[in-house]
Design a protein around this ligand. Structure first.
Ligand code: UFG
Length: 339
């Protein structure tokens, strides 16, 4: 069976993808520098799948360490999650983001090519589209100037991959995620936001748990169904399965182009207020929230045209917003009880 290297495999999406790969019979090696997660995630993965992935605590900025992993194992493909992802932090410290997200990618690609590993899946983001002119957003929508250094690292990352596929044997798929939420239904793995969460769902669950007194809704004057901003919230387990499909496409040599991109979303737009109301309903609780001003850099609405992923990747989202919000709350309660 093929061995897949998952960088950032102890992060939120990486851990769920590791489980999904193991369930399909892949061997998984994880590289993670533990900068934004905990080693105990490895136990959660092992408890779900019954199989402990091989783990290396390595920082991808150390090229020599990556080489050692490739010398020690025959790696068929790489799923590259390892990256910094806080938009605000990237505005304050752009060089940290360019170093963490781009030096690492270049190092990884160099080592892959030196070791005859041709296949990579890259974590990209719908942020590359900015506020798209038409909705739903398909993969041909123009790339807009990035709102943050973080967003720019995703755009440049895609360009690095495109250029490298033209100049070498590299084959790459970039998955442009919409808004990943939820947790594994077992509540053995989930999101571990450090400090005050920037993203909506961890802030919602922490407010429900009493960790945060009040949820702020950033803007109710957008031209949307109820004035609050609209996003495409995708269950992390669905997103993980999209990676397994993408790996299979690379390994089966089914690609049409050496560099391909796919949107990964549900195709449904949901407003912030709709998320809050659904969360309250499915989890039988009340959230303390108030409307405040817009957050700088936020767009009005984004949701995916999923036709390309559906037809070419053979993937579609199967879990509902309700499923995702139930799992997110179950995970939050698990975090509280294990403190
Ligand atoms: N929101 C609130 N209150 C909060 C947090 C978020 O109202 O406390 C709102 C935001 O304003 C936005 C929506 O909830 O309208 C979703 O916000 P998130 O922060 O969860 O997600 P974003 O759509 O802002 O973030 C996504 C990706 C990032 C990417 C970013 C670029 O998760 O990786 O888009 O805009 F960088």
């Amino acid at each position: 069976m093929h061995t897949i290297l998952v960088t950032g495999g102890l992060g939120f999406i990486g851990a769920h993808t590791t489980v999904a790969l193991q369930e399909q019979g892949f061997e998984v090696i994880i590289i993670d520098n533990l900068s934004n997660t905990r080693l105990s995630v490895l136990d959660g993965i092992t408890a779900i799948s019954g199989k402990k992935p091989i783990f290396y605590k390595i920082d991808l900025k150390e090229k020599g360490s990556i080489s050692q992993v490739f010398k020690a194992h025959k790696i068929a493909g790489v799923i590259h999650f390892a990256a910094s992802k806080a938009v605000n932090e990237s505005v304050e410290n752009p060089l940290l983001y360019y170093q963490n997200n781009l030096t690492s990618l270049v190092n990884l690609l160099q080592v892959m090519l030196e070791n005859d590993c041709q296949n990579i899946i890259f974590s990209s983001s719908c942020t590359v589209y900015g506020q798209a002119d038409t909705l739903p957003i398909n993969e041909d929508a123009p790339i807009k100037p990035a709102e943050s250094p973080y967003g720019n690292t995703k755009q440049i990352g895609e360009e690095i991959l495109l250029d490298t596929t033209k100049a070498s044997v590299l084959k790459a798929i970039a998955l442009r995620y919409f808004n990943p939420i939820g947790a594994h239904h077992s509540a053995l793995i989930g999101e571990l936001p450090l400090g005050v969460p920037q993203n909506l769902i961890p802030f919602v669950t922490q407010t429900a748990a009493g960790i945060r007194p009040l949820l702020s809704i950033f803007g109710a004057d957008y031209p949307t169904i109820d004035g609050t901003a609209v996003r495409d919230y995708i269950h992390v387990v669905d997103l993980a399965n999209a990676h397994v499909k993408a790996v299979a496409r690379l390994l089966d040599k089914k690609q049409i182009d050496a560099f391909e991109v796919f949107n990964v979303g549900t195709g449904k737009g949901t407003s912030v207020l709709q998320v809050i109301k659904t969360f309250e309903k499915v989890n039988h609780l009340k959230l303390n929230y108030k409307i405040v001003g817009r957050r700088a850099g936020d767009i009005t609405a984004a949701y995916a045209d999923t036709a390309k992923a559906n037809t070419i990747l053979g993937w579609s989202a199967t879990q509902s917003l309700e499923d995702a919000l139930i799992s997110a709350w179950k995970w939050q309660k698990k975090l509280q009880s294990s403190k």
